[in-house]
Write a protein that binds this ligand. Structure first.
Ligand code: FES
Ligand SMILES: [Fe+2]
Length: 383
């Protein structure tokens, strides 16, 4: 993000702080509980969003070197993500083409040029090619060239790994992230590494969890422990295509009012939350980034993968206590959110909450709804 844009955002925040205002939606919005309860709607979302769009699978530094790999079964699809000898990333179905066994149950590994199936010993290179068939004479019609692992669309961009979960469908991440690209590159995620990621199981629809990240309104009431670090209600919001940037000023923002505009810098004095359509948050704090992936499991449950990305240059053991404190704060704050969203889902399921209303000061939520429903509408999937 160039200095001029940073100064512009700081200026908008300072104006809000001086006036006691915040960016607001033109109107409030009624939202029926069916949005979070309907199994039919959930199926449409699965097909249109989670089989059709580029999805963030994780940070590229998780497989920094040739021979590194990670596995995941997010979205109900077992994937083996590898980096081959040439440095190219592959997203392969973690399913042997003989009888379908998982090739590996390890969550991650390194130095792996090939995977030997644990069932009957077929060997696959880390780019997916079938290298060896045991008792090959028994498979006279099986051509090795046609029995490599199924490759899913994949891209490495902005320091993140993106996948598509429909084989053969082109993945145009550059176009998908165009409006957010300069911001994402500014975060230099390729130079960051994960610090002790954690996973949380939520008993709520995935969208309720996403919506907790795109409004600041609840901070003062739900997270009293961290409110002193922020100005509560002043948020600056910009839509970046289907994505969003939400700037929440930290208490250090006031210092900017005392220095000249040419010295205004955003990152040290704000938390900048990027909503990456449809289900990823990239939240830039002054010295690290939280990558939060909200993965639907059923209509009323989701899995949240939370990864603190810290600068590689500040990742040695002397930094560990500092990052542990930040991690503890994330864990505690998110547990507060999950208790609330789990409760909302239970209330909706019991019929206690037939309708909700989103305020003008919850504009980020309205933008999320518009991004999702606008995309579904454009596909003709009217709900
Ligand atoms: S299932 Fe993999 S070798 Fe048989
Ligand atoms: Fe929250």
């Amino acid at each position: 993000m160039n200095p001029e844009l940073q100064a512009g955002l700081v200026g908008r925040v300072l104006d809000h702080l001086a006036a006691g205002t915040t960016d607001m939606a033109p109107a409030e919005r009624a939202v029926a509980a069916g949005r979070y309860l309907s199994a039919a709607r959930y199926q449409v979302e699965q097909q249109a969003l989670f089989r059709g769009l580029p999805l963030v699978l994780g940070e590229a530094s998780a497989i920094a070197n040739p021979g590194d790999f990670i596995t995941t079964d997010d979205y109900g699809v077992p994937l083996l993500i590898t980096r081959d000898a040439a440095g190219t990333v592959h997203a392969l179905l973690n399913a042997c083409t003989h009888r379908g066994s998982l090739l590996t149950t390890a969550a991650r590994g390194c130095g792996k040029q090939a995977f030997t199936c644990p069932y009957h010993g077929w060997v696959f290179a880390n780019d997916g090619r079938l290298r060896h068939v045991t008792h090959g004479a028994c498979f006279p019609e099986t051509e090795k060239d046609r029995h490599g692992l199924v490759a899913m669309p994949v891209a490495e961009r902005h320091g993140l790994i993106w996948v598509g979960l429909e084989p053969g469908r082109p993945l145009d991440v550059a176009r998908f992230t165009a409006e957010a690209a300069a911001d994402l590159d500014w975060l230099e995620l390729a130079d960051c590494v994960a610090f002790r990621p954690f996973t949380v199981t939520c008993r709520s629809n995935w969208k309720l969890v996403v919506e907790g990240f795109v409004e600041q309104y609840h901070l003062y009431y739900a997270h009293p422990r961290v409110t002193s670090a922020y100005y509560s209600d002043a948020v600056v919001i910009d839509r970046l295509g289907p994505h969003q940037r939400l700037v929440a000023p930290r208490s250090t923002m006031a210092s900017q009012a005392k220095v000249g505009r040419h010295r205004w810098r955003l990152r040290p004095v704000a938390s900048i939350a990027y909503y990456l359509f449809p289900n990823t948050m990239v939240i830039a704090h002054p010295d690290h980034v939280a990558l939060v992936r909200i993965v639907p499991v059923t209509v009323d449950s989701c899995t949240v993968h939370w990864t603190m990305l810290i600068p590689r240059a500040a990742s040695d053991a002397t930094w560990t206590p500092h990052w542990e404190r930040a991690r503890e704060s994330h864990l505690t704050t998110f547990a507060e959110d999950v208790a609330l969203t789990d409760g909302i889902q239970a209330g909706m399921q019991g019929g206690a909450v037939p309708d909700t209303v989103i305020g003008r000061n919850e504009w980020g939520v309205i933008n999320c709804i518009d991004s999702i429903d606008g995309y579904l509408d454009a596909l003709g999937q009217t709900l």
